[in-house]
Write a protein of this length. Structure first.
Length: 303
């Protein structure tokens, strides 16, 4: 079992790579990474539990850690035959466990931060490999088909992009109930050597071309700037997929892919923050923009 995140690095082992990227390295003294995850592998079963806190503060990291550890304690990791129905029901029940674990220690819900949560498994059922996940909030899941050489966001919906993303575990309203507007249960078939990328919103934000210095011509568009182009959420996701797909196609192994994605995140994040680069660590409180948290992602191969 591997838990994280680690310090800024790319770490690869067996059939997976993980990476953490500080997009604002000058804030490291008082800047919290609000994500927490765990990875477990046993024989042909692969499990990822990934939470991303909704605020850049220690309480958000604590919320992420609480929900992940509670799900670990609940889920059995035995190598046995599952049916798709029983496995789906187990994942849904795990969300209840995560929600209750956040609420049981404090009586004032205003003292509890919220977090997104993704629980994902790649398991053999019969003669097929099945990827199944349950997700709420801003985390993204992409599937790269080795046979077709294509990358697809497996949980796209109209509320999927950065600041418009809905959903969280924790006391979203005063009664303590979570925000489940973006809750999704995702199931897809996969082949050996296929890849899955699970990432927080701060990863995918750095691949939205309108927010970076990427020109429309990079994507074969004739317009000179993005102001001339009306894009909806589906089109934005498609442009993000194209960039990630290009990186994956041009690399030969998981570690190299993860390093390339990490480098592109850092490059794009620096271009995104250029307009306010004059703000130093000492006067960061005067900035009128929202600081991104660290970008974290997990890349794994079906075996």
């Amino acid at each position: 079992m591997l838990q994280g995140p680690t310090n800024d690095c790319v770490f690869s082992q067996y059939n997976f790579s993980i990476a953490t990227v500080s997009t604002f390295p000058f804030l490291t003294d008082n800047f919290f990474c609000c994500d927490y995850y765990t990875i477990r592998k046993k024989n042909s079963i692969f499990e990822v539990i990934f939470a991303s806190g909704n605020e850049n503060r220690k309480g958000s990291f604590d919320a992420s850690m609480v929900v992940v550890t509670s799900v670990i304690d609940f889920l059995s990791f035995e190598n046995k035959q599952y049916s798709l129905k029983t496995f789906s029901n187990t994942l849904i029940k795990a969300f209840d466990i995560a929600q209750n674990s956040l609420l049981k220690h404090k009586t004032d819900f205003r003292d509890i931060d919220t977090t997104s949560l993704c629980i994902a498994y790649c398991i053999p059922i019969g003669n097929q490999n099945i990827f199944i996940s349950i997700n709420v909030g801003s985390n993204r899941i992409f599937h790269f088909s080795k046979s077709f050489q294509t990358l697809k966001d497996i949980q796209f919906n109209e509320n999927s992009i950065s600041g418009e993303t809905l959903g969280c575990i924790g006391p979203f309203i005063p009664s303590g109930k979570p925000d489940l507007r973006n809750l999704s249960l995702n199931i897809c078939l996969c082949d050996k050597s296929d890849l899955f990328l699970i990432c927080n919103t701060n990863t995918i934000d750095n691949f939205v071309p309108q927010d970076c210095a990427t020109q429309p011509s990079t994507f074969g568009l004739c317009e000179k700037n993005w102001e001339e182009i009306h894009t909806n959420n589906q089109e934005i996701i498609t442009l993000c997929e194209q960039q990630l797909q290009t990186i994956i196609r041009s690399t030969s192994n998981l570690h190299e892919m993860a390093e390339s994605i990490k480098s592109q995140i850092f490059k794009n994040s620096q271009e995104r923050k250029t307009p306010y680069s004059q703000n130093s660590k000492n006067n960061i409180e005067t900035c009128d923009f929202e600081l991104p948290s660290k970008a974290n992602f997990i890349l794994f191969e079906v075996i």
